[in-house]
Design a protein around this ligand. Structure first.
Ligand code: FES
Length: 139
């Protein structure tokens, strides 16, 4: 049943995340009831998509691509600089809920690496200095 209504399910999850910034447990329970599915199946379906969160994230979600093309353009150095600046590792959120840091797969700008996304905004051909400037502007 969940597979048949996948589009509806995804739209609902998207709307929940738009409202709360993540998908709270009570909403997972309601989805399980609505789709007549075990809670674990709903949870698994949500976790399958990297753009959905089941825990609160920071106000700014920082995504740094470390796939091959970006890696060859020193994305790892960029990542280290950002980790040091934020005091965060991959998957962590700052205690003040301002930043979440994620290392991600290709963001579709392979010829313009290294790349970083801040929420929905893409930054390409980044130097470490420019990346830190962008993060300082978020504070
Ligand atoms: S490899 Fe980084 S955007 Fe594609």
């Amino acid at each position: 049943m969940l597979e048949l209504e996948n589009e509806i399910f995804l739209e609902m999850v998207h709307n929940i995340q738009e409202t709360y910034g993540y998908v709270p447990e009570r909403e997972i329970n309601q989805l399980a009831e609505k789709f007549d599915q075990p809670r674990a199946k709903i949870y698994g379906a949500i976790k399958f998509y990297s753009m959905f969160y089941t825990e609160p994230t920071g106000k700014y979600v920082i995504r740094i691509c470390d796939s091959l093309s970006c890696h060859l353009n020193d994305s790892h150095d960029l990542l280290l600089a950002v980790e040091n600046f934020l005091g965060l590792k991959n998957g962590e959120t700052s205690p003040d809920q301002l930043f979440t840091l994620e290392v991600v797969e290709c963001l579709g700008h392979c010829g313009e690496g290294p790349v970083m996304m801040v929420n929905d905004k893409m930054y390409t051909e980044l130097s470490k200095g420019r990346a830190l400037e962008i993060l300082k502007e978020c504070q």
